[in-house]
Write a new protein. Structure first.
Length: 300
């Protein structure tokens, strides 16, 4: 018997054992996979039904379930979207939501990144105490701060303006954002910053040329959080904008619920419009999402 034959005979059992191990491991994970699939189905199916119903006429929605439209596909129409967009105030409210969300997101991330860099790489008296205080603000419920903040904005004549919503969202979001980014920045290689300092680079150069480019995954993941939070907000908008002309789309949907309680085709179409832009942002930045969140939570 040759050496090659002996080697092949020895490899076959190991290969068979490896295959059996993988199969057994897959069987052990099967219940977990089934549970995950069930949870995903419970979460996704109502959303799928809402999206499909938004393309159906009201008579079809009242006569049959949304799944009957799929086999075979029939009865789809854009009439609900046309009617919703023609309702007075809907189109301006979408523009207002964009004018609120994009600047609020940029302001929050800009301030949070600078603050996180200061806590991670700058030395000043009481740095750790200030950081503990900021992190402690994460546990303060937003509802407790609305009335004092409303009174403060009244003194500054900001109530009813978009600026009040920008500032409110910035104040509410900064503690978590500074915490996440500070941990991420604190885990960057110290040698890079020390080398830049030796070369004469100040904090501004180190922040813009080193910290920001290396922190982009965390910033991108935070962009998703902040954008979704501001875009889908109703409470802050109702509190600080009230009945002013600057009404975001979430407020308009709430009014549609009141005005058209039985017009489900309007509500489903409006809800899909509300979902469209955040979904596009998430798809564009989702590759950074898990990497940025997990890195920021364990480094530091």
């Amino acid at each position: 018997m040759s050496i090659g034959t002996t080697t092949r005979e020895a490899v076959r059992p190991r290969s068979a054992v490896s295959t059996l191990d993988r199969f057994g491991s897959s069987l052990q994970r099967l219940p977990l996979h089934i549970i995950v699939i069930i949870f995903c189905a419970v979460w996704v199916i109502p959303t799928v039904g809402m999206v499909i119903n938004s393309f159906r006429a009201l008579s079809d929605m009242q006569s049959a379930g949304w799944w009957t439209t799929l086999f075979p596909p029939h009865g789809f129409t854009l009439a609900s979207y046309q009617q919703v967009l023609n309702i007075e105030g809907v189109q301006p409210s979408i523009v207002t939501s964009i004018l609120i969300t994009i600047p609020a997101t940029v302001i929050q991330l800009t301030v949070a990144t600078m603050g996180a860099y200061a806590f991670a790489w700058m030395k000043f008296p009481g740095k750790n105490i200030f950081f503990i205080v900021i992190v402690g603000l994460m546990v303060v419920p937003i509802q407790m701060t609305l009335v004092p903040l409303l009174s403060f904005f009244k003194v500054l004549h900001l109530n009813g303006t978009i600026m009040s919503v920008w500032l409110a969202h910035t104040g509410f979001g900064l503690p978590f954002e500074v915490f996440l980014l500070r941990n991420y920045l604190g885990g960057l290689p110290r040698e890079i910053f020390e080398s830049a300092e030796v070369d004469g680079a100040g904090h501004a150069v180190r922040f813009l040329r080193i910290a920001v480019p290396m922190t982009l995954p965390a910033i991108a993941s935070l962009t998703i959080f902040v954008f979704l939070g501001v875009w889908n907000d109703l409470l802050v908008a109702l509190t600080f904008l009230g009945t002013s002309q600057f009404r975001p789309f979430t407020v308009m949907i709430a009014q549609l619920t009141t005005s058209f309680g039985g017009g489900w085709q309007f509500l489903t179409a409006a809800a899909v419009l509300q979902m469209a832009l955040p979904l596009a942002v998430f798809i564009a930045l989702q590759r950074y999402f898990v990497r940025g969140v997990t890195a920021g939570s364990v480094k530091g």
